[in-house]
Design a protein around this ligand. Structure first.
Ligand SMILES: [Zn+2]
Length: 94
């Protein structure tokens, strides 16, 4: 908000199964943006509570870190190599 002068979305907060900010390790909040003001700069967002997740918080942090690492440094290989890399990383993280 301070940097760009208006609210913006972090892609890493919207990756599959991510419910914790990978940078600050705090729970992400769900918000609702009414359709009629989507184009307005005075975007009004309605807070709807934390993003729901079933895992313990420690595991949620690991998932967020893992997905953020994949997002920042994607493997750009075939499906098999990607599956192996994911399996290897899951084993590393426990
Ligand atoms: Zn954050």
């Amino acid at each position: 908000m301070k940097k760009y002068g208006e609210p913006y979305l972090h892609t890493e907060h919207h990756l599959h199964r991510v419910s914790v900010c990978p940078k600050h390790h705090i729970p992400l909040l769900q918000v609702k943006i009414p359709d009629k003001i989507l184009s307005s700069k005075e975007a009004y967002i309605e807070r709807c509570g934390e993003v729901t997740a079933r895992e313990p918080f420690k595991v949620r942090v690991k998932i967020a870190d893992f997905m953020n690492d994949l997002f920042r440094d994607p493997p750009y290989t075939g499906l098999k190599e990607t599956q192996l890399a994911i399996r290897k990383r899951i084993e590393e993280l426990g």
